[in-house]
Design a binder for this molecule. Structure first.
Ligand SMILES: *Cc1c(COP(=O)(O)O)cnc(C)c1O
Length: 395
Protein backbone atom coordinates (compact mmCIF):
# COMPACT_ATOMS: atom_id res chain seq x y z
CA UNK A 1 0.00 0.00 0.00
CA UNK A 2 1.42 3.39 -0.93
CA UNK A 3 0.73 6.26 1.43
CA UNK A 4 -1.63 7.77 -1.18
CA UNK A 5 -3.87 4.69 -0.96
CA UNK A 6 -4.47 5.40 2.70
CA UNK A 7 -7.83 7.11 3.29
CA UNK A 8 -7.64 9.27 6.44
CA UNK A 9 -10.71 10.08 8.54
CA UNK A 10 -10.35 13.74 7.65
CA UNK A 11 -8.02 16.05 5.80
CA UNK A 12 -7.71 19.47 4.20
CA UNK A 13 -8.68 20.21 0.61
CA UNK A 14 -6.26 22.82 -0.77
CA UNK A 15 -6.94 24.43 -4.15
CA UNK A 16 -4.66 26.36 -6.50
CA UNK A 17 -6.46 29.51 -5.37
CA UNK A 18 -5.57 28.75 -1.76
CA UNK A 19 -1.92 28.34 -2.72
CA UNK A 20 -1.94 31.54 -4.77
CA UNK A 21 -3.50 33.45 -1.85
CA UNK A 22 -0.77 32.31 0.54
CA UNK A 23 2.04 32.97 -1.95
CA UNK A 24 0.80 36.46 -2.68
CA UNK A 25 0.66 37.20 1.05
CA UNK A 26 4.22 35.88 1.41
CA UNK A 27 5.28 38.45 -1.17
CA UNK A 28 3.39 41.26 0.55
CA UNK A 29 4.65 43.67 3.22
CA UNK A 30 3.08 41.87 6.15
CA UNK A 31 3.48 38.32 7.40
CA UNK A 32 1.78 39.20 10.67
CA UNK A 33 -0.45 42.03 11.94
CA UNK A 34 -1.43 43.13 8.43
CA UNK A 35 -4.73 43.45 6.58
CA UNK A 36 -5.50 39.76 5.96
CA UNK A 37 -6.28 38.91 9.56
CA UNK A 38 -8.86 41.69 9.84
CA UNK A 39 -10.29 40.74 6.42
CA UNK A 40 -10.66 37.15 7.62
CA UNK A 41 -12.25 38.29 10.88
CA UNK A 42 -14.73 40.46 9.01
CA UNK A 43 -15.53 37.68 6.55
CA UNK A 44 -16.22 35.19 9.36
CA UNK A 45 -18.38 37.72 11.23
CA UNK A 46 -20.38 38.31 8.02
CA UNK A 47 -20.68 34.61 7.30
CA UNK A 48 -22.02 33.66 10.73
CA UNK A 49 -24.01 36.87 11.42
CA UNK A 50 -22.01 37.99 14.43
CA UNK A 51 -20.97 41.54 15.21
CA UNK A 52 -17.35 40.87 16.19
CA UNK A 53 -14.73 38.25 15.38
CA UNK A 54 -11.30 37.87 16.98
CA UNK A 55 -8.75 35.64 15.27
CA UNK A 56 -6.33 33.47 17.26
CA UNK A 57 -3.55 31.05 16.45
CA UNK A 58 -5.77 28.08 17.42
CA UNK A 59 -9.23 27.32 18.74
CA UNK A 60 -7.53 26.29 21.97
CA UNK A 61 -6.19 29.85 22.36
CA UNK A 62 -9.59 31.27 21.42
CA UNK A 63 -11.28 29.12 24.10
CA UNK A 64 -8.77 30.39 26.65
CA UNK A 65 -9.41 34.02 25.59
CA UNK A 66 -13.16 33.42 25.82
CA UNK A 67 -12.90 32.06 29.37
CA UNK A 68 -10.74 35.01 30.42
CA UNK A 69 -13.14 37.52 28.87
CA UNK A 70 -16.02 35.98 30.80
CA UNK A 71 -14.02 36.41 33.99
CA UNK A 72 -13.31 32.74 34.69
CA UNK A 73 -10.87 32.50 37.59
CA UNK A 74 -9.68 30.34 40.42
CA UNK A 75 -12.84 29.98 42.41
CA UNK A 76 -15.04 29.32 39.42
CA UNK A 77 -16.52 26.21 37.86
CA UNK A 78 -16.79 25.48 34.16
CA UNK A 79 -18.85 22.60 32.79
CA UNK A 80 -18.49 20.96 29.40
CA UNK A 81 -19.19 17.71 27.58
CA UNK A 82 -17.03 14.64 28.28
CA UNK A 83 -17.34 13.74 24.57
CA UNK A 84 -14.96 16.36 23.21
CA UNK A 85 -11.36 17.18 22.51
CA UNK A 86 -9.47 17.95 25.72
CA UNK A 87 -9.15 21.64 24.76
CA UNK A 88 -12.81 22.30 25.65
CA UNK A 89 -11.98 21.52 29.29
CA UNK A 90 -8.35 22.62 29.45
CA UNK A 91 -9.29 26.24 28.67
CA UNK A 92 -10.94 26.50 32.09
CA UNK A 93 -7.95 24.90 33.82
CA UNK A 94 -5.65 27.57 32.26
CA UNK A 95 -7.69 30.11 34.24
CA UNK A 96 -7.38 28.09 37.44
CA UNK A 97 -11.07 27.13 37.44
CA UNK A 98 -12.34 23.69 38.25
CA UNK A 99 -13.93 21.61 35.50
CA UNK A 100 -16.94 19.34 35.61
CA UNK A 101 -18.84 17.50 32.91
CA UNK A 102 -22.44 16.85 31.87
CA UNK A 103 -23.10 13.48 30.28
CA UNK A 104 -24.25 13.25 26.66
CA UNK A 105 -27.51 12.50 24.91
CA UNK A 106 -27.27 8.91 23.62
CA UNK A 107 -28.68 9.86 20.21
CA UNK A 108 -26.85 13.08 19.31
CA UNK A 109 -23.72 12.48 21.44
CA UNK A 110 -24.00 16.16 22.46
CA UNK A 111 -24.23 17.49 26.02
CA UNK A 112 -27.70 16.50 27.26
CA UNK A 113 -29.80 19.52 28.33
CA UNK A 114 -31.95 17.40 30.65
CA UNK A 115 -28.90 16.15 32.51
CA UNK A 116 -27.66 19.73 32.58
CA UNK A 117 -30.96 20.84 34.19
CA UNK A 118 -30.72 18.11 36.85
CA UNK A 119 -27.11 18.90 37.63
CA UNK A 120 -27.85 22.63 37.89
CA UNK A 121 -30.72 22.06 40.31
CA UNK A 122 -28.39 20.03 42.52
CA UNK A 123 -25.57 22.56 42.19
CA UNK A 124 -27.90 25.34 43.27
CA UNK A 125 -28.69 23.59 46.54
CA UNK A 126 -24.95 22.92 47.09
CA UNK A 127 -23.90 26.42 46.06
CA UNK A 128 -21.68 25.02 43.32
CA UNK A 129 -23.22 26.54 40.18
CA UNK A 130 -20.94 26.93 37.15
CA UNK A 131 -19.81 30.33 35.88
CA UNK A 132 -19.61 29.09 32.29
CA UNK A 133 -20.99 26.10 30.39
CA UNK A 134 -19.26 25.07 27.15
CA UNK A 135 -21.53 22.98 24.92
CA UNK A 136 -19.67 21.33 22.03
CA UNK A 137 -21.36 20.89 18.65
CA UNK A 138 -20.08 17.36 18.24
CA UNK A 139 -19.42 16.21 14.66
CA UNK A 140 -20.89 19.50 13.45
CA UNK A 141 -24.41 18.91 14.80
CA UNK A 142 -25.59 21.88 16.88
CA UNK A 143 -26.52 21.27 20.52
CA UNK A 144 -29.99 22.08 21.84
CA UNK A 145 -28.98 25.71 22.34
CA UNK A 146 -32.47 26.99 23.06
CA UNK A 147 -32.74 24.71 26.10
CA UNK A 148 -29.20 25.54 27.23
CA UNK A 149 -29.89 29.27 26.87
CA UNK A 150 -33.07 28.98 28.97
CA UNK A 151 -31.04 27.31 31.73
CA UNK A 152 -28.30 29.95 31.40
CA UNK A 153 -30.90 32.66 32.07
CA UNK A 154 -32.48 30.72 34.93
CA UNK A 155 -29.20 29.95 36.72
CA UNK A 156 -27.09 32.91 35.60
CA UNK A 157 -24.17 31.28 33.84
CA UNK A 158 -22.45 32.31 30.60
CA UNK A 159 -22.23 30.10 27.52
CA UNK A 160 -19.28 29.52 25.19
CA UNK A 161 -20.16 27.37 22.17
CA UNK A 162 -17.26 25.16 21.16
CA UNK A 163 -18.13 25.12 17.46
CA UNK A 164 -14.73 23.79 16.41
CA UNK A 165 -16.59 21.23 14.27
CA UNK A 166 -19.44 23.44 13.24
CA UNK A 167 -18.53 26.38 11.03
CA UNK A 168 -21.24 26.53 8.37
CA UNK A 169 -23.71 24.52 10.45
CA UNK A 170 -27.20 25.90 11.06
CA UNK A 171 -29.43 25.78 14.11
CA UNK A 172 -33.11 26.59 13.59
CA UNK A 173 -32.16 27.84 10.13
CA UNK A 174 -29.68 30.41 11.43
CA UNK A 175 -25.89 30.13 11.34
CA UNK A 176 -24.03 28.72 14.32
CA UNK A 177 -22.08 31.71 15.63
CA UNK A 178 -24.84 34.32 15.42
CA UNK A 179 -24.82 34.53 19.21
CA UNK A 180 -28.57 34.20 19.76
CA UNK A 181 -28.02 31.59 22.46
CA UNK A 182 -24.49 32.18 23.73
CA UNK A 183 -21.99 34.82 24.76
CA UNK A 184 -19.06 33.66 22.61
CA UNK A 185 -18.69 31.00 19.93
CA UNK A 186 -15.38 29.41 18.91
CA UNK A 187 -14.34 27.93 15.55
CA UNK A 188 -11.24 25.85 14.72
CA UNK A 189 -9.37 25.89 11.43
CA UNK A 190 -7.15 22.89 12.11
CA UNK A 191 -6.62 20.91 8.84
CA UNK A 192 -9.10 18.17 9.73
CA UNK A 193 -11.90 20.66 10.42
CA UNK A 194 -14.36 22.04 7.84
CA UNK A 195 -12.08 24.82 6.55
CA UNK A 196 -8.45 25.31 7.46
CA UNK A 197 -5.87 28.02 8.07
CA UNK A 198 -3.28 25.32 8.97
CA UNK A 199 -3.48 26.20 12.67
CA UNK A 200 -6.02 28.81 13.64
CA UNK A 201 -9.18 29.66 15.47
CA UNK A 202 -11.75 32.43 15.83
CA UNK A 203 -13.95 33.75 18.62
CA UNK A 204 -17.16 35.48 17.59
CA UNK A 205 -19.46 37.52 19.81
CA UNK A 206 -22.03 40.33 19.66
CA UNK A 207 -20.58 41.99 22.77
CA UNK A 208 -18.00 44.69 22.09
CA UNK A 209 -16.50 44.49 25.57
CA UNK A 210 -15.92 40.77 25.26
CA UNK A 211 -14.41 41.23 21.80
CA UNK A 212 -12.06 44.00 23.02
CA UNK A 213 -11.03 41.93 26.02
CA UNK A 214 -10.18 38.94 23.82
CA UNK A 215 -8.29 41.08 21.30
CA UNK A 216 -6.19 42.74 23.99
CA UNK A 217 -5.37 39.42 25.64
CA UNK A 218 -4.41 37.85 22.30
CA UNK A 219 -1.76 40.51 21.89
CA UNK A 220 0.24 40.69 25.13
CA UNK A 221 -2.40 42.69 26.96
CA UNK A 222 -1.50 45.76 24.91
CA UNK A 223 -3.53 48.45 23.20
CA UNK A 224 -2.87 51.24 20.69
CA UNK A 225 -6.45 52.39 20.70
CA UNK A 226 -6.57 56.17 21.30
CA UNK A 227 -9.59 56.06 23.57
CA UNK A 228 -7.78 53.61 25.87
CA UNK A 229 -4.28 55.15 26.12
CA UNK A 230 -3.46 57.08 29.29
CA UNK A 231 -1.17 59.38 27.25
CA UNK A 232 -0.18 59.69 23.61
CA UNK A 233 3.42 60.82 23.17
CA UNK A 234 3.62 59.64 19.53
CA UNK A 235 2.87 57.04 16.91
CA UNK A 236 5.32 54.51 18.34
CA UNK A 237 3.36 54.33 21.54
CA UNK A 238 1.40 51.39 22.92
CA UNK A 239 0.45 50.50 26.46
CA UNK A 240 0.24 47.22 28.29
CA UNK A 241 -2.85 47.28 30.48
CA UNK A 242 -3.02 43.67 31.53
CA UNK A 243 -1.12 40.40 31.30
CA UNK A 244 -1.86 38.84 27.91
CA UNK A 245 -0.42 36.30 25.52
CA UNK A 246 0.83 36.08 21.97
CA UNK A 247 -2.17 34.26 20.52
CA UNK A 248 -2.23 36.15 17.21
CA UNK A 249 -2.97 34.57 13.85
CA UNK A 250 -0.45 35.22 11.04
CA UNK A 251 -1.25 36.81 7.69
CA UNK A 252 -0.41 33.53 5.93
CA UNK A 253 -2.95 31.66 8.03
CA UNK A 254 -5.57 34.34 7.46
CA UNK A 255 -4.96 34.35 3.69
CA UNK A 256 -5.46 30.59 3.59
CA UNK A 257 -8.51 30.73 5.84
CA UNK A 258 -10.09 33.53 3.80
CA UNK A 259 -9.55 31.65 0.56
CA UNK A 260 -10.99 28.45 2.08
CA UNK A 261 -13.98 30.32 3.48
CA UNK A 262 -15.13 31.15 -0.05
CA UNK A 263 -15.76 27.41 -0.55
CA UNK A 264 -17.44 26.73 2.81
CA UNK A 265 -20.91 26.03 1.35
CA UNK A 266 -19.40 23.79 -1.33
CA UNK A 267 -17.43 21.79 1.28
CA UNK A 268 -20.55 21.27 3.39
CA UNK A 269 -22.67 20.31 0.37
CA UNK A 270 -20.04 17.71 -0.54
CA UNK A 271 -20.08 16.31 3.00
CA UNK A 272 -23.87 16.04 2.85
CA UNK A 273 -23.66 14.10 -0.43
CA UNK A 274 -21.10 11.77 1.10
CA UNK A 275 -23.29 11.40 4.16
CA UNK A 276 -26.25 10.37 1.97
CA UNK A 277 -24.13 7.89 0.05
CA UNK A 278 -22.88 6.31 3.27
CA UNK A 279 -26.52 5.92 4.36
CA UNK A 280 -27.14 3.87 1.23
CA UNK A 281 -23.95 1.84 1.40
CA UNK A 282 -24.26 1.10 5.12
CA UNK A 283 -27.98 0.45 5.40
CA UNK A 284 -27.83 -3.30 6.05
CA UNK A 285 -24.91 -3.29 8.43
CA UNK A 286 -25.39 -4.02 12.15
CA UNK A 287 -24.19 -0.58 13.20
CA UNK A 288 -25.81 2.64 14.40
CA UNK A 289 -25.52 5.51 11.92
CA UNK A 290 -25.23 9.14 13.03
CA UNK A 291 -28.61 10.54 14.04
CA UNK A 292 -29.55 13.93 12.58
CA UNK A 293 -31.57 16.16 14.86
CA UNK A 294 -34.54 18.06 13.42
CA UNK A 295 -34.13 21.81 12.93
CA UNK A 296 -30.36 21.47 12.65
CA UNK A 297 -28.19 21.43 9.58
CA UNK A 298 -24.93 19.80 10.57
CA UNK A 299 -21.61 20.73 8.99
CA UNK A 300 -20.88 16.97 9.17
CA UNK A 301 -17.34 17.22 10.46
CA UNK A 302 -17.34 13.53 11.43
CA UNK A 303 -19.18 10.33 10.53
CA UNK A 304 -19.23 8.37 13.81
CA UNK A 305 -20.74 4.88 13.67
CA UNK A 306 -21.49 2.71 16.69
CA UNK A 307 -20.86 -1.02 16.95
CA UNK A 308 -23.61 -3.04 18.63
CA UNK A 309 -23.61 -2.97 22.45
CA UNK A 310 -23.01 -6.73 22.39
CA UNK A 311 -19.71 -6.28 20.54
CA UNK A 312 -17.95 -3.40 22.24
CA UNK A 313 -14.97 -5.64 22.99
CA UNK A 314 -14.44 -5.98 19.23
CA UNK A 315 -13.90 -2.27 18.62
CA UNK A 316 -10.10 -2.56 18.76
CA UNK A 317 -10.14 -5.49 16.32
CA UNK A 318 -12.37 -3.58 13.87
CA UNK A 319 -10.17 -0.49 14.23
CA UNK A 320 -6.95 -2.47 13.62
CA UNK A 321 -8.51 -4.40 10.75
CA UNK A 322 -9.58 -1.18 9.00
CA UNK A 323 -6.21 0.47 9.57
CA UNK A 324 -4.42 -2.57 8.11
CA UNK A 325 -6.59 -2.22 5.03
CA UNK A 326 -5.74 1.43 4.51
CA UNK A 327 -8.81 2.97 6.12
CA UNK A 328 -7.80 5.70 8.56
CA UNK A 329 -10.65 5.28 10.98
CA UNK A 330 -10.32 7.21 14.27
CA UNK A 331 -12.04 7.36 17.63
CA UNK A 332 -13.79 10.59 18.71
CA UNK A 333 -13.54 10.99 21.64
CA UNK A 334 -11.81 9.41 24.60
CA UNK A 335 -14.02 10.83 27.41
CA UNK A 336 -12.07 13.77 28.80
CA UNK A 337 -12.70 12.83 32.45
CA UNK A 338 -10.92 9.48 31.94
CA UNK A 339 -7.65 11.15 30.95
CA UNK A 340 -5.02 10.62 33.65
CA UNK A 341 -4.77 14.40 34.15
CA UNK A 342 -8.49 14.60 34.94
CA UNK A 343 -8.45 11.40 37.00
CA UNK A 344 -5.77 13.08 39.12
CA UNK A 345 -8.29 15.86 39.70
CA UNK A 346 -10.76 13.34 41.10
CA UNK A 347 -12.71 11.97 38.15
CA UNK A 348 -13.06 8.23 37.58
CA UNK A 349 -14.31 5.81 35.01
CA UNK A 350 -18.03 5.35 35.49
CA UNK A 351 -18.68 9.05 36.19
CA UNK A 352 -20.31 9.71 32.79
CA UNK A 353 -21.58 6.33 31.60
CA UNK A 354 -23.29 7.42 28.37
CA UNK A 355 -20.12 9.06 27.04
CA UNK A 356 -18.10 6.03 28.14
CA UNK A 357 -20.43 3.52 26.46
CA UNK A 358 -20.42 5.63 23.29
CA UNK A 359 -16.62 5.82 23.37
CA UNK A 360 -16.20 2.07 23.61
CA UNK A 361 -18.34 1.45 20.54
CA UNK A 362 -17.53 4.34 18.22
CA UNK A 363 -15.44 4.61 15.08
CA UNK A 364 -15.29 7.64 12.77
CA UNK A 365 -15.37 6.73 9.08
CA UNK A 366 -13.53 8.94 6.57
CA UNK A 367 -15.41 12.13 5.68
CA UNK A 368 -13.72 15.10 4.00
CA UNK A 369 -14.40 17.45 1.11
CA UNK A 370 -12.64 15.53 -1.68
CA UNK A 371 -13.52 11.99 -0.56
CA UNK A 372 -14.70 10.16 -3.71
CA UNK A 373 -17.58 7.70 -4.07
CA UNK A 374 -15.15 4.94 -5.00
CA UNK A 375 -13.22 5.65 -1.80
CA UNK A 376 -16.49 5.44 0.13
CA UNK A 377 -17.18 2.03 -1.46
CA UNK A 378 -13.69 0.93 -0.46
CA UNK A 379 -14.30 2.11 3.12
CA UNK A 380 -17.61 0.25 3.35
CA UNK A 381 -16.24 -2.95 1.81
CA UNK A 382 -13.38 -2.90 4.29
CA UNK A 383 -15.82 -2.27 7.13
CA UNK A 384 -18.06 -5.16 6.04
CA UNK A 385 -15.06 -7.48 5.93
CA UNK A 386 -13.96 -6.31 9.38
CA UNK A 387 -17.45 -6.90 10.80
CA UNK A 388 -17.47 -10.39 9.24
CA UNK A 389 -14.01 -11.14 10.63
CA UNK A 390 -15.15 -9.99 14.08
CA UNK A 391 -18.34 -12.10 14.02
CA UNK A 392 -20.83 -9.24 13.76
CA UNK A 393 -22.30 -10.24 10.40
CA UNK A 394 -22.14 -12.75 7.58
CA UNK A 395 -21.59 -11.83 3.96
C1 LIG B 1 -10.07 20.70 17.23
C2 LIG B 1 -10.84 21.03 18.44
C3 LIG B 1 -10.43 22.00 19.37
C4 LIG B 1 -9.09 22.65 19.30
O1 LIG B 1 -8.83 23.22 18.08
P1 LIG B 1 -7.36 23.75 17.74
O2 LIG B 1 -7.62 24.74 16.66
O3 LIG B 1 -6.61 22.54 17.26
O4 LIG B 1 -6.77 24.33 18.94
C5 LIG B 1 -11.25 22.31 20.43
N1 LIG B 1 -12.43 21.70 20.59
C6 LIG B 1 -12.86 20.75 19.74
C7 LIG B 1 -14.20 20.12 19.96
C8 LIG B 1 -12.07 20.38 18.65
O5 LIG B 1 -12.48 19.41 17.83
Amino acid sequence: MTPTDFIPYGRQFISDDDIAAVVSTLKSDYLTQGPKVSDFEQAIANKVDSKYAVAANSATSALHLACLALGVGENDRVWTSPNTFIASANCARYCGASVDFVDIDPRTYNLCPMKLADKLALAQTNNTLPKVVIPVHFAGQPCDMQAIDALAKQYGFSVIEDASHAIGAKYQNKPVGDGRFSDICIFSFHPVKIITSAEGGMAVTNDKQLADHMRTHASQGTTKSLDELTQNPGDWYYEQHTLGFNYRMTELQAALGLSQLSRLEDFIAKRHKQFEYYQVLLKDLPITLPFQQEKTHSSLHLFPILLPKTHKQARKAVFDNLRQNGIGTQVHYIPVHTQPYYQNLGFAEGDFPVAEDYYQRTLSLPLFADLTQSQQVKVVNALKQALVDCGMMEL
